[in-house]
Design a binder for this molecule. Structure first.
Ligand code: FES
Length: 106
């Protein structure tokens, strides 16, 4: 399996300490900026379809708006709450002020 680098949005669209819902080749992902680093992860919670961009971001922890499941946006690991499965996280690269995300190819 190889990765497919997808141009997602301008770097300026990812504000420090905030999350933004984006489309990466038909996949809904969230970009978040924490301490100058951009992270990419699946938008939909693994528990029951909550949109994580509508939750809260505290440091590297995102909290789902539906049942307060918590994930580490660096690894996707579950930190607490109802979810049993981690969220997918994706490598990112910044090139000429554009954010690229590596989406796995089938
Ligand atoms: S949908 Fe996210 S914790 Fe339930």
């Amino acid at each position: 399996m190889t990765d497919n680098w997808v141009a997602v949005c301008p770097l300026a669209a990812v504000k420090s300490g905030e999350m933004t819902l984006e489309d990466a080749a038909g996949n809904e992902i969230v970009l978040a900026s924490v301490d100058g680093q951009v992270y990419a992860f699946d938008a939909i919670c693994t528990h029951a379809l909550g949109y994580l961009d509508q939750g809260d971001l505290e440091g590297h922890e995102v909290r789902c708006p539906l049942h307060e499941g918590r994930f580490d946006i660096r690894t996707g690991a579950v930190l607490g709450g109802e979810p049993q499965e981690p969220i997918a996280v994706y490598p990112i690269r910044i090139d000429e002020d554009t954010v690229y995300v590596a989406m796995p190819e089938d």
